[in-house]
Design a protein. Structure first.
Length: 344
C-alpha cells in the first residue's frame, strides 16, 4: 500500500504518541519502584531532624539500615534507651563507618561517568569532611584509634566476600597528624613462625588499634590460612601471633581481642571468640550464629556486632553478648550496623 503524505503524518504522529506513552510509563514505573524501596518499614524506627555530633556524650552514632529516605545515613540515639529511641538523622551517608574521640571515617559510594566510585571521608565531630581519599575497591572494614588520630580501612579489590575462595583486599592506615598515609599493609615486613615471610598471596584486613597510636592488630591471610598479627606503624612491620583469627577488635583495656573464628573449614561460617593476648587462650562466646562482622567493644565486658535481620533482605540488626562466654545474645538496635561506643 502506498502511503500518502497524510498517512505518513498519521503514522509518525501515532509512533510519537506510543513512544511518549512508553517513556511516561517507564518513568512512572521507576518512580513507583523507588517509592516502594524508600517506603519506611511498618513498625520501623522513628526519625527526627537535629544535630549529630561524634563528641556528644552518651550517644551511639551508627549507620541506619531501615528502608526509607534515611537509608545509609549516620544517625544517633541515646545509648541508655537505644532500642526504642527516635533516631536523630544527619545528611551523611556511609557504607562503612567508625568513630572515636570526635574523629570519624566514612567509606562512601558515588557514581562517576556511570561507574561506581568509592571514597574514604575523614570527618570531624560535626560530620564535616576534613579529607577525602579515593578507594581502590568496595568498602569492607573501617576503624579509628581510641585517640582519634589514626584511621584504617579495608576494601575488596577483587571479589566481594571473605567467604569466597578468590578475593583480594587492600588495607590502608592514615595518620591524621600530618596526614601520612600507609596505602597498603602488604608493603610492611612480615614475621611468620619466627622468620621473615614473603608471598604473592598475602592479604590484610580488619585493623584495630591500641592506645599508643602505633601498635595495631589485624588479620593476615596467606596460603589459605588466617593469622592474627600485631603490627607497628612506625616500624612498618607485623608479627603473627595466632592462627584462624579474623576481624580482630581490641578490648578497651588492651588485654583481649574479640574475633571471628572459621569453624567449618572453607565454608563461610564463623563463631565469635575472645582471645586473651597474655595467654593466647580463646573463649567461645554465647552467640552461636555465624557472625561476619568486626565486632566493637561497648565496654570491657560487652561486645556488639551486626547480624542479618530475620526476614528482611539487605538489613542488619545489632546484637550484644558478654565477652566472657556467659549470658545470652540480645538485640541492641534494629535496622542498624554496629555502633562505636558511646562517648563518655
Amino acid at each position: 500500500m502506498t502511503l500518502t503524505p497524510l498517512r505518513r503524518l498519521l503514522v509518525l504522529a501515532t509512533g510519537v504518541l506510543l513512544l511518549a506513552g512508553l517513556g511516561a510509563w517507564s518513568v512512572l514505573s521507576a518512580a513507583d519502584r523507588a517509592a516502594e524501596e524508600n517506603k519506611p518499614r511498618a513498625g520501623g524506627p522513628a526519625f527526627t531532624n537535629g544535630k549529630v555530633d561524634l563528641a556528644d556524650p552518651g550517644r551511639f552514632v551508627f549507620r541506619n539500615m531501615a528502608t526509607g529516605p534515611q537509608r545509609d545515613r549516620l544517625v544517633s540515639v541515646p545509648a541508655g534507651t537505644a532500642a526504642g529511641a527516635a533516631r536523630t538523622t544527619s545528611d551523611v551517608s556511609c557504607l562503612r563507618f567508625h568513630a572515636a574521640a570526635g574523629t570519624g571515617v566514612c567509606l562512601q559510594a558515588t557514581t562517576s561517568l556511570g561507574r561506581p566510585a568509592y571514597h574514604a571521608q575523614i570527618l570531624d565531630s560535626a560530620l564535616r569532611t576534613v579529607r577525602n581519599y579515593p578507594l581502590a575497591g568496595i568498602p569492607s572494614r573501617a576503624r579509628v584509634s581510641p585517640s582519634g588520630r589514626l584511621a584504617a580501612w579495608t576494601v575488596f579489590v577483587k571479589g566481594e566476600s571473605y567467604g569466597t575462595s578468590f578475593f583480594s583486599t587492600r588495607t590502608s592506615i592514615l595518620d591524621t597528624r600530618g596526614w601520612k598515609l600507609a596505602p597498603n599493609l602488604e608493603e610492611f615486613a612480615i614475621t611468620l613462625d619466627g622468620r621473615p615471610y614473603r608471598s604473592t598471596d598475602v592479604n590484610f584486613w580488619g585493623v584495630t588499634f591500641a592506645q599508643d597510636d602505633d601498635t595495631f592488630y589485624a588479620t593476615l591471610s596467606t596460603r589459605e590460612q588466617t593469622h592474627l598479627v600485631r603490627g607497628s606503624l612506625s616500624a612498618r612491620s607485623v608479627t603473627a601471633l595466632a592462627e584462624n583469627v579474623e576481624c580482630p577488635s581490641l578490648s578497651p583495656d588492651g588485654t583481649r581481642v574479640a574475633y571471628k573464628k572459621r569453624v567449618l573449614g572453607k565454608a563461610a561460617l564463623w563463631r565469635e571468640h575472645v582471645l586473651d593476648l597474655r595467654t593466647l587462650k580463646s573463649t567461645p562466646l554465647a552467640e552461636r550464629r555465624s557472625v561476619d562482622d568486626q565486632a566493637v567493644w561497648l565496654d570491657d565486658r560487652t561486645l556488639a556486632y551486626a547480624l542479618p535481620a530475620e526476614g528482611r533482605t539487605g538489613v542488619d540488626d545489632v546484637w550484644t553478648v558478654p565477652a566472657d562466654g556467659s549470658g545470652t545474645p540480645r538485640v541492641l538496635l534494629s535496622d542498624a550496623q554496629a555502633p562505636p561506643p558511646a562517648t563518655r
